[in-house]
Design a protein around this ligand. Structure first.
Ligand code: IVH
Length: 555
């Protein structure tokens, strides 16, 4: 059926508007309109296409929802092979890479385009005259799997390049991944549905992209970042990689914000440290950074060794996960009495440090991960986060591995002997001893003195251990009764530090009401609630006089 001109124009308008909003929402993270408005346009376009099937072009956003399942993926040969990168781990290896490049080009200083090394999976996107016509996985580098329909469901990937003047052929290469926040949400949903959780964002992304049923892929929060080009025809591109990436950005192909241009080996190592420091805060997982010679003619001159370019290298971060043996399980009693099971591990180097203890969180987590003593476990140490046991390697379990029950091991608190109880709606088993329990007492005092609470400098765990073990103090209030004689007689306490500690205790009297309330360590009263309480009541007397009704008035 022929399409009336005004209908065709309306459909074109809707396609462009919807794709512009996809870009605003999925790439720039700056939505302009409410979801309902977007849905309305989407439904209108769907209706027009149902009435006039000729309107359903391959670049229509309605194509993103997924088509009928495939029996299998077909294979295709990449026009230009998708190579791998050689790795560097140490600064010296980076210096050697830069030296080889300088010598190869006969120059003093080399300019590099640098970006994060995304921990996802490599894909190729073919645009013919600006329209996405084919997408494939990397596969073995020579041949990959054709996953066009699945890639079309990824809203960050443009179905049409944003230009009036598209090249005949443009092959965009980059990485499909799942953002960390979306991964947490996805796993929560899997849990609620009673389905298997994914081990990490990379596995989730790979599993989602390699679905034979594109409708499943469409429900997964995949996204995409470009890092380069494959084959190109019918356009004269700039001869610097960073300018090519700017060109892609103008075409509304997602490129990452963290890419930079730097000079020489110092520039490379500064970038590595900068990204390393920001790694935890980045929205996606990375496993290093990639350095590429910025000048494309120089890239060609340098060429390749076997399967890897001489003009690029991946500088990897130390692995954040490692395997080791679980020797036993200890417990720690926290400030609120919670018993935290702590894995005693055969020491292992991970995330840049040797780890011999890692948290197992609580009894349910031990059960959920089916962790047994003697198992080979995976330990994760990421940035400043406390190392944790993320799972076991089931294939390496031997017959002697022992199941563990925290409540059976500890019917009473290992520190004070009070009963251990687990309330039905709580994950933690707790010592019921309260401040009678020296462990809870120590933690309560440490919390009271901590930087964000009363900020008593010098009141660290060694000192608090002694004060509590020698029964010199029982509650935080007792800190204010300490004198010079008591302190100066403690181990490792010189007169000078005793004077300083007393001065810090004295100075802490001059604090804010909010800090003081927070310092008391009341369950569920964190810093924000403490501030609310302080603002509302204005003083201790009013707060102490408040009954339940008065507390409920706090905004
Ligand atoms: S550039 C000539 N840049 O790393 C090779 N690759 O070992 C050009 N990767 O599977 C590759 N982030 O998918 C490049 N910012 C980045 C990357 C990156 C991740 C992956 C790529 C490939 C592997 C190469």
């Amino acid at each position: 059926m022929l399409v009336p001109q005004d209908v065709a124009a309306r459909a074109r308008f809707l396609r462009e508007e919807i794709e512009r909003h996809n870009y605003l929402y999925y790439v720039l993270d700056e939505p302009e309109i409410p979801d309902a408005e977007y849905d309305k346009m989407f439904r209108e376009l769907g209706r027009l296409e149902a009435e006039y099937p000729l309107l359903a072009t391959p670049d229509s956003p309605t194509r993103r929802v997924g088509a009928a399942p495939l029996a299998e993926f077909s294979h295709l040969t990449h026009r230009v092979p998708m190579l791998s990168l050689s790795n560097a781990f140490e600064d010296e290896e980076v210096a050697a890479f830069d030296r080889r490049v300088r010598e190869g080009l006969g120059v003093e200083v080399v300019e590099y385009a640098v970006d994060p090394k995304f921990d996802g999976l490599a894909i190729s996107l073919i645009y013919e005259n600006g329209i996405l016509v084919q997408g494939a996985t990397r596969g073995d580098g020579d041949t990959g799997e054709e996953v066009t329909t699945n890639l079309r469901t990824i809203k960050a990937i443009p179905l049409r390049l944003h230009t009036a003047n598209p090249p005949q052929l443009l092959e965009v290469r980059g990485e499909v991944l799942i953002l960390k926040a979306d991964f947490e949400k996805l796993n929560r949903q899997q849990r609620e549905k009673g389905e298997k959780e994914f081990a990490n964002p990379r596995n989730a992304a790979a599993g989602s992209l390699r679905q034979l049923d594109p409708r499943i892929t469409a429900t997964r929060p995949l996204t995409f970042f470009a890092y380069g080009l494959g084959s190109v025809e019918g356009v004269n591109l700039p001869r610097k990689l960073n300018a090519v990436m700017d060109y892609l950005e103008a075409l509304r192909v997602p490129v990452c914000r963290e890419r930079r241009v730097v000079q020489g080996v110092e520039g490379l190592l500064d970038y590595y440290r900068m990204i390393g420091a920001r790694r935890e805060g980045l929205p996606y997982d990375i496993d290093g950074v990639v350095y590429k010679v910025n000048d494309l003619d120089s890239q060609e001159r340098l060429g390749y060794v076997s399967r890897a370019p001489r003009f690029a290298v991946a500088h990897k971060f130390p692995a954040q996960e490692a395997m080791t043996e679980l020797l036993g399980i200890d417990v720690q009693v926290g400030r609120t009495g919670a018993l935290t099971p702590v894995a005693r591990l055969k020491p292992v180097f991970v995330g840049g440090a040797t780890v011999s203890n890692a948290t197992l969180h609580n009894e349910d987590e031990i059960r959920r991960k089916d962790v047994r003593i003697g198992d080979t476990v995976i330990v994760r140490r990421a940035g400043d986060v406390i190392p944790e046991v993320v799972g076991v390697v089931p294939g390496m379990r031997h017959s002697g591995a022992q199941e563990y029950s925290l409540l059976e091991q500890y019917p009473v608190c290992p520190v004070c002997g009070s009963h251990v109880i687990r309330l039905p709606d709580e994950a933690a088993a707790r010592c019921s001893g309260g401040l009678f329990c020296p462990a809870q007492r120590k933690q309560a005092i440490l919390h009271f003195a901590s930087r964000r609470a009363m900020d008593i400098e010098g009141m660290g765990d060694k000192l608090v251990d002694q004060l509590v073990d020698k029964e010199l103090i029982h509650t935080p209030a007792d800190l204010y009764k300490l004198g010079m004689n008591t302190l100066a007689n403690l181990d490792r306490m010189a007169e000078k530090s005793a004077i300083n500690t007393l001065a810090a205790i004295e100075a802490s009297k001059n604090t804010t009401l909010a800090r003081f309330i927070f310092a008391l360590g009341i369950r569920n009263v964190g810093e924000a609630t403490a501030k609310d309480l302080a603002r509302h009541f204005g003083g201790m007397a009013a707060l102490m006089a408040a009954d339940e009704g008065a507390l409920q008035q706090v905004p």
